[in-house]
Design a protein around this ligand. Structure first.
Ligand SMILES: Cc1cc2nc3c(=O)[nH]c(=O)nc-3n(C[C@H](O)[C@H](O)[C@H](O)COP(=O)(O)OP(=O)(O)OC[C@H]3O[C@@H](n4cnc5c(N)ncnc54)[C@H](O)[C@@H]3O)c2cc1C
Ligand SMILES: C[S@@+](CC[C@H](N)C(=O)[O-])C[C@H]1O[C@@H](n2cnc3c(N)ncnc32)[C@H](O)[C@@H]1O
Length: 654
């Protein structure tokens, strides 16, 4: 799988049209472009009628090959705005091999001032667009855009979605024969259902025949402008078989869209936000007096990407999660709630330098690049012992601000001082109890209480571990304010938020006590010394009375494979019975439904990188619970699935 990003190479011709150097073709005709889109894609798929007939809370999924400048997306969104019920949703999934750089995107969309209401929100969020699944949220969540960055033949097989309408774009088949292949058409068929329709500008004979072979009934229809004819189609082929039962989609909850979320840290707040944006009424129960009082309560956390050059599931999750979080942060106040000051990971020893070299070769320059020591010092503003890997789009976040912002939705009710002790399922409702007090109930519940979700019986067997960590708060000095970027080695230090720097963080695998300790403050100061003795001296560390140091401790919550645990939950005992045969033959896929605990979901195990994984995990929960396209490749969603541990145990016979 390619992790390297290549942007579109565009020449602007004398009529102001973008021309692709990679495909030697124009993206659109400058005058007829919008009319062509409206005729070929919106008209032939009768989109206005479809939108007008959408029931409340339903979601239309449009799939597209070739996002390009996004014109089809903007026009579809505009039409949706004009015709759809205010509670209906649009989810637009588009694949793009060569995404436009920001400057080209800006230049392209400014050609259509009449679409500014749709193009400007995209421009505001057009950051951290890297390979893989990149999700965007617009119009308070009414519109979702999932860009799959990469070749369509690599990306579409990873998509888990049911597409209602296809826009088959992409440059002309003669100019782009690699895309218009039977493999592509088979993917379109796999993702279609019995009411799926398709529009395309091409009438090329072999494209039409291949689409028919893949299961689409195609017809030529009158075109527009220079195109005499275009094509529309409908899927009439067979339906794909279901996924393996343990990772299949559970049936959707019937009745009102109401959910409980237990825990108001990053995982709970983001799950609540993702559900509320999809029209759910959400009650969040939190045991403390406010959100973000535990792991999510540090003054500054770092957007730290621990990637792998091998494109592992975790690495894909991190790249998608980073992009999603970064776009959410654009809505918060810079300087106070977060800062995109960049993150520098020092090459503090030869092993780390080697690891960084591999990453620099595997990923694009805009995401990360190596810096020599002198350049690194210039960017960081302090003297450093080594160069390192610089992530210009990274930075720090005040996690409580992100939690608060996520909870700001009229569909969310936060109830504090409520510790849930027991869950019961009664008459289709999950009830949250504290002793003999019924706190709340709803047909759907998301457990987002970090490692404490194990107190609820269905989650008791989840292998979650708590790791205590402590940060140290250091008052900024005039000299320390020269630090301009987050710098990490074994620990990390951030530029000041207000009058304080955050220095982190210790790891203690055994302690259950959250009182900050002197030893760990001293350990953090030793981590600072490894990062920069210059900064340590600006901060006057030698003269500090360690006993007076301020900080806080909390538990990280990790899983054995370091992936979060996100998704629907099955009954552990019944699961073992249903799939016992796997103990004898791991290749068997029994035709037995998974014994889901209907409406029960978890969002936990975010370890040391919740800022990157928890917000997108909220979207993943909402996608499972609402039947929408998954915001991550199927294989990554499976790698994060709560059932994975029971499955492995069965297969290993333990
Ligand atoms: C010292 C330290 C430094 C870190 N640094 C970074 C960093 O730089 N970058 C980064 O990305 N991540 C960092 N992390 C990790 C990050 O903070 C976590 O991954 C993230 O906060 C986890 O969010 P959560 O919502 O899962 O858990 P929490 O924030 O712990 O939230 C769980 C919530 O559930 C509530 N709850 C639990 N059980 C119940 C119940 N039964 N009833 C009611 N409420 C309940 C709790 O009160 C709590 O509010 C750090 C963590 C620590 C400890
Ligand atoms: C004609 S443009 C799309 C026009 C676009 N809908 C717009 O409004 O600008 C075709 C797009 O398809 C993309 N593309 C071509 N082949 C592809 C492939 N194999 N995988 C993914 N994207 C591809 C190109 O990079 C280009 O952006």
């Amino acid at each position: 799988m390619s992790t390297l990003l290549q942007h579109a190479q565009i020449d602007w011709d004398d009529q102001g049209r973008p021309h692709s150097r990679q495909y030697d073709d124009v993206y659109f005709a400058v005058n007829e472009g919008i009319e062509e889109t409206k005729h070929v894609f919106l008209g032939q798929t009768r989109l206005a009628e479809r939108f007008a007939n959408l029931p409340a809370h339903s979601c239309t999924v449009i799939g597209e090959t070739g996002f390009g400048t996004g014109m089809n997306f903007f026009c579809a969104w505009q039409l949706f705005d004009q015709h759809a019920h205010s509670d209906a949703r649009l989810h637009f999934v588009s694949v793009e091999k060569y995404p436009l750089g920001h400057a080209d995107m800006l230049r392209a969309v400014r050609l259509w001032p009449e679409l500014a209401a749709y193009t400007e929100p995209l421009l505001e969020q057009y950051v951290a667009v890297h390979p893989g699944f990149q999700q965007f949220t617009f119009a308070n969540g009414r519109v979702t855009l999932t860009l799959l960055i990469g070749d369509v033949l690599e990306q579409l097989p990873q998509l888990d979605a049911q597409v209602d309408v296809w826009f088959l774009d992409g440059f002309a088949p003669a100019k782009n024969p690699d895309m218009w292949t039977p493999q592509l058409f088979a993917q379109l068929a796999r993702l279609s259902h019995s009411a799926t329709v398709l529009g395309t500008f091409t009438t090329t004979g072999w494209v039409r025949r291949s689409l028919v072979e893949a299961g689409f009934a195609m017809k030529k229809v009158p075109g527009i402008g220079k195109k005499w004819e275009v094509m529309s189609g409908a899927y009439v082929g067979p339906m794909p078989g279901p996924a393996a039962p343990w990772y299949a989609r559970p049936a959707l909850a019937q009745g009102p869209r109401e959910a409980l979320v237990i825990g108001a840290g990053l995982a709970g707040s983001c799950s609540a936000a993702s559900l509320a944006r999809r029209g759910w009424q959400v009650t969040v129960l939190e045991r403390h007096d406010a959100p973000a009082r535990e792991a999510s309560g540090n003054p500054q956390g770092v957007l730290y990407l621990k990637l792998s050059a091998h494109g592992t599931a975790l690495s894909q999750m991190i790249l998608s999660g980073f992009g999603y979080t970064r776009r959410q942060l654009e809505r918060l106040q810079r300087g106070r709630d977060w800062d995109a000051c960049g993150v520098l990971q020092l090459a503090f020893d030869s092993k780390e330098a080697e690891r960084q070299g591999k990453l620099a070769a595997a990923f694009d320059h805009d995401l990360l690049h190596s810096l020599g020591r002198t350049e690194a010092q210039t960017i960081a503003g302090v003297a450093l012992p080594a160069g390192g890997l610089f992530y210009p789009e990274g930075g720090w976040v005040h996690p409580p601000a992100l939690c608060q912002q996520q909870l700001q939705h009229p569909g969310i009710r936060l109830v504090t001082h409520q510790e849930v002790v027991e869950l019961r399922k009664v008459a289709g409702q999950w009830q949250a109890w504290a002793g003999d007090r019924l706190l709340a109930s709803a047909p759907t519940v998301v457990l987002a209480g970090a490692a404490d979700i194990r107190r609820f019986e269905p989650c008791a067997q989840l292998p979650l571990k708590r790791i205590r960590g402590q940060i140290t708060r250091l008052p900024a000095t005039p000299g320390s304010r020269s630090l301009r970027t987050v710098v990490c080695a074994e620990g990390y230090v951030a530029p000041p938020r207000g009058d304080e720097h955050t220095l982190g963080a210790s790891f203690d695998f055994h302690s259950e006590d959250l009182t900050p300790t002197l030893a760990e403050h001293q350990g953090n100061l030793a981590l600072l010394d490894e990062i920069s003795t210059d900064l340590a001296s600006h901060l006057g560390v030698a003269a500090l009375d360690a006993e007076q140091l301020q900080g806080r401790a909390a538990f990280r919550c990790t899983s054995p494979d370091y992936l979060p645990i996100v998704g629907p939950v099955a009954d552990p005992a019944l699961f073992g019975e249903a799939f016992a045969v796997l103990g004898k033959d791991a290749r068997q896929v029994p035709e037995v439904a998974c014994p889901w605990l209907d409406g029960l979901y978890v969002n936990s195990g975010h370890g040391s990188r919740g800022l990157i994984t928890a917000p997108l995990s909220g979207e993943l929960i909402a996608a499972w619970a609402s039947g929408e396209p998954l915001p991550l490749p199927r294989a990554v969603a499976e790698a994060c699935h709560p059932n994975r541990f029971m499955l492995r145990k069965l297969i290993r016979g333990k």
